[in-house]
Design a protein around this ligand. Structure first.
Ligand code: 4AD
Ligand code: MG
Length: 452
């Protein structure tokens, strides 16, 4: 018999065929004359119903055990499914003691509970749906950029620069017995990247529109529900960008296109979240897609916060950075849809941000996209392309030598340009309504936790 994946078997395309299906048992029900199993192999949320005569029953056929079933695909008399597999043979490939297995049959375990079992949680419906959504969303992001003329660049994981200047770097050195500790392996201190931006900027000087999508690392000491030490970031860089609008168009376009793609291609998996895990979130996602994303300036945001009757824990004076509580308030204030905040105080932004010299307050042409439930999803800016201004700022920070190559980009064919980064896990939180970032990445790393 031909091997068939469960998703193909349940589609009904192979009715009448003699097939072999391999997977893990999701439910077992023994009646007097018949045995019913549900077998799932991760190809979709759906399990295949297997019907066997009770002679094929075996006490080792338990929830979580691995099986190989051979039989014929028949039209199911049950309304709930198109197809069932009439089993001729059931082979138990790997048993699973139900007393020791942390997940129980017919129970809907919380994301928090399954998080305790990072090596097993992909066996649950919720987490396997999440991983299929994550994979499809990755494809959607790449498709968006391809369709819009961006070249994908593999920016390095190991780098000697601290793009964000926030001092959250992980330093790397080899640890072999032949290694002399006094000497840096790369001759200079090297780190895991916090952002591929600077590498993208130099590439944008040849390819106009570039992007990257890969892991980034930050030694964040926070135990927050939206920070990880290793997270995936989508970053884009656009040459000849004249205004922040040239960037917000890309952020909004990517958000919409990826979200529509995921809703269309992962309908069942997304439904599992929107109906059972985070009920009510579908309306929020639909509202996000229905409305254009408004834009307010940082100064307007400060006014909104100061006019509110909320008791914020952090100050809201002009010049203070927006905290998560402020970001969430602003999103609600704007109708619980994504909102762009532009023109932050110059001193809050890294050296590369473009000086808004024509503004009354000293601001930078930077923009964040804030979204429901999460707060900051994207951060971006126009880059300082003017050699004199950039040199002055780097000198001030004592970084002129470190970034001499970056200054060169402003010497040789410099153009106005800008870009942004989107935290991919935060994007998943936003569209699924999940509230802990550890639940949307296969292997979460955060302070004091690097299991597996
Ligand atoms: O705002 P950030 O720090 O911006 C940059 O790194 C720019 N260099 C990007 C660019 O312009 N190319 O980070 C971008 C986004 C944030 O908005 C947030 O969504 C996410 O990355 N992010 C994190 N996600 C999870 N865990 C963390 N520790 C994160 N830090 C940032
Ligand atoms: Mg930011």
């Amino acid at each position: 018999p031909a091997k068939l994946r469960v998703s193909e078997a349940v589609s009904g395309a192979e009715l009448g065929a003699n097939v072999k299906v391999q997977g893990w048992v999701r439910s077992v029900r023994a009646q007097k004359s018949h045995l019913f199993l549900h077998v799932n192999d991760g190809s979709s949320l759906q399990s295949l119903q297997v019907v066997a005569s009770s002679e094929l029953n075996d006490p080792l056929l338990t929830f979580g055990s691995a099986v190989e079933v051979t039989g014929t695909l028949k039209k199911s008399p049950n309304q709930k499914q198109l197809v069932e597999l009439e089993a001729e043979q059931i082979h138990i490939v790997g048993k699973c003691n139900p007393l020791e297995f942390p997940f129980k049959i017919k129970e809907r375990h919380s994301l928090e509970y399954i998080r305790q079992f990072p090596h097993l949680r992909c066996r649950t419906n919720a987490f396997s749906s999440l991983l299929r959504i994550r994979s499809e969303a990755t494809t959607a992001v790449h498709s968006y950029f391809k369709e819009n003329g961006f070249l994908q660049i593999h920016t390095p994981v190991i780098t000697s620069n601290d793009c964000e200047g926030a001092g959250e770097l992980f330093k790397i050195e080899p640890s072999g017995p032949d290694y002399e500790e006094e000497e840096h392996f790369f001759s200079v201190p090297a780190f895991l990247t916090v952002s591929g931006q600077l590498h993208l900027e130099l590439m944008s000087g040849a390819f106009s529109k570039v992007y990257t999508f890969g892991p980034t690392f930050r030694a964040e000491n926070s135990q927050s529900r939206r920070h990880l030490a290793e997270f995936y970031m989508v970053e884009a860089e656009v040459s000849f960008a004249q205004s922040l609008e040239d960037l917000t168009k890309v952020m909004e376009g990517m958000f919409r296109s990826a979200t529509e793609h995921v809703l269309a291609h992962c309908a069942e998996d997304v439904d599992l979240f929107h109906k059972h895990v985070t009920p009510g979130h579908r309306e929020i996602v639909e509202a996000m897609l229905r409305n254009g994303f408004p834009t307010i300036t940082y100064s307007e945001a400060i006014n909104i916060l100061n006019r509110s009757s909320e008791n914020f824990a952090f100050p809201t004076d002009w010049g203070c950075d927006l905290q998560t509580e402020h970001e969430k308030y602003l999103v609600k204030h704007c109708g619980n849809i994504p909102v762009f905040v532009t023109d932050y105080p110059y001193d809050l932004k890294p050296f590369y941000a473009r000086d808004n010299q024509d503004h009354p307050e000293h601001t930078a042409a930077a923009v964040d996209l804030l979204v429901p439930g999460v707060g900051e999803l994207c951060g971006g800016s126009l880059r300082e392309e003017r050699l004199d201004l950039l040199t002055a700022r780097l000198q001030q920070a004592g970084l002129e030598d470190t970034y001499s190559w970056y200054l060169d980009l402003r010497r040789f064919g410099s153009v106005p340009h800008g870009g942004f980064g989107m935290g991919f896990e935060r994007y998943l939180l936003c569209i699924l309504g999940v509230d802990n970032i550890k639940d949307v990445i296969p292997f979460p790393r955060f302070s004091h936790s690097c299991v597996l």
